[in-house]
Ligand binder design. Structure first.
Ligand SMILES: *Cc1c(COP(=O)(O)O)cnc(C)c1O
Ligand SMILES: [Zn+2]
Length: 401
């Protein structure tokens, strides 16, 4: 039994079906909503919130927002020091392209080298709180590595299911965390089917993107940090590489929550959210521009930005809602453009980013060219991961140089 002696200040109150708004018990273990089979979103009832200044003396991790996070007991927090990543000024590229304000939040500096650390730290902490003994995840790479690390820390069994073509560095790192790795021919949706089969007796918790309610609660802390680190002044536009969509949806959720609890003024103008995808796998772009009703039958191809190879995201509707509510847009970037972006960020800014992050920079250039973003605006890029583990995807390019 858990004691209440170390109970945290979490104001978690409900889980709500993102399809129809049905409420569910937030203190029971939940997966997707039984009514619509769609993601459940956590709601908070902050009767008394501290002033935002109270944050400043807290530790530099995502756990500093604990009132608005779902973990109820401190002893269940499984942390490797994730979050509170720096926001860097890209002054050299800003000068080169005559942009007034160009910043990049570098999520590559998280434990296990990507922002997936935030989501999996939260999901594994909640799994621990619910007494779970093992977890399974279909992954394009980074989520599997992060889950393996947090499960190791929590003393849980970890099963990671990833496409066979994923760079070896992802598989090998899972091995060192003591996880079981299963390789599948295909993309993440094929891995999801395999994971379901492997877990037919339901003994493992499936922590797939948005199939449990808490990875997004970890990801949303990026939004809280963007506000706090920017001294509560938000950028005009945020560009984000969207695969499953938890980051995009999470950041937007954070902005709305901060208005509700008074950390942002009620009339604050929120940033336009831009979803960046790969040309090889761009289900959201296709739906956004009305070229398909939804992504349910979309077929994608692999991309060097492994995290973007998500052909049929469960959170599609929530991503579209974010783009609509924020007056944002969706755009796709080719493999060659990503390679140019990698080179440019590396050689001008000393950053070796994930191809996903390179895509975001190239999207910025394109949207400035078309006038969709003005050079006077405050632009924030999210680099979601470090380039280190992607080397194998890039070795052909390097060999030809
Ligand atoms: C998973 C991943 C993404 C996509 O993130 P979502 O929040 O699922 O949309 C983007 N970049 C990297 C590096 C990733 O690992
Ligand atoms: Zn429902």
């Amino acid at each position: 039994m858990q004691t209440t002696s170390h109970s945290l200040l979490s104001h978690l109150s409900t889980l709500t079906c993102s399809g129809c708004g049905n409420p569910y018990d937030a203190f029971e273990k939940q997966t997707v909503s039984p009514c619509c089979h769609l993601p459940l979103l956590a709601g908070y009832a902050p009767d008394v919130m501290p002033e935002k200044e109270a944050l400043y003396s807290r530790e530099g991790t995502m756990w500093r927002y604990l009132e608005m996070l779902p973990v109820l007991h401190e002893e269940n927090i499984v942390s490797l020091g994730e979050g509170y990543t720096p926001i860097l000024q890209l002054a050299n590229l800003a000068k080169k392209y005559e942009l007034r304000s160009l910043q990049l939040k570098d999520e590559g500096q998280n434990p296990t080298g990507s922002f997936k650390a935030r989501g999996l730290s939260m999901a594994i902490s909640k799994a621990k709180e619910h007494g779970v003994e093992g977890c399974i995840v279909p992954t394009a790479g980074n989520a599997g590595v992060a889950m393996a690390a947090y499960c190791a820390k929590a003393g849980m069994r970890a099963v990671v299911v990833m496409p066979r073509h994923t760079p070896k560095a992802f598989r090998e790192e899972c091995y060192w965390y003591g996880a079981e790795v299963v390789l599948v021919d295909g993309l993440i949706n094929d891995c999801a089917a395999k994971a379901k089969e492997l877990n037919s007796n339901g003994e493992l918790l499936d922590v797939s993107t948005l199939k449990e309610p808490y990875r997004i609660e970890g990801k949303k802390t990026m939004g809280y940090e963007i506000a706090e680190q920017g001294n509560w002044k938000l950028p005009d536009v945020i560009l984000y590489p969207a695969g499953g969509g938890t980051g995009l949806i999470g950041i937007w959720k954070a902005f709305k929550e901060m208005k509700k609890i008074g950390w942002l003024p009620e009339n604050a103008i929120l940033p336009r959210m831009v979803a960046v995808q790969a040309e090889n796998c761009r289900p959201l772009v296709e739906t956004f521009y009305g070229r398909q009703a939804n992504a349910q039958n979309y077929v994608g191809k692999p991309t060097i930005a492994n995290g973007l190879a998500v052909p049929r995201p469960l959170g599609e509707q929530l991503m579209l809602q974010t783009l609509q509510e924020s007056c944002g847009t969706a755009i796709s970037i080719s493999e060659n453009e990503m390679i140019s972006g990698l080179k440019e960020l590396g050689a001008n800014e000393g950053l070796f980013v994930a191809p996903e992050g390179a895509a975001v920079w190239m999207a910025t250039r394109k949207l400035v060219d078309t006038g969709c973003i003005s050079p006077d605006e405050k632009i924030l890029l999210l680099n979601t991961g470090s380039g280190q583990k992607y080397m194998e995807n890039l070795s052909d390019v390097f060999a030809q140089e």
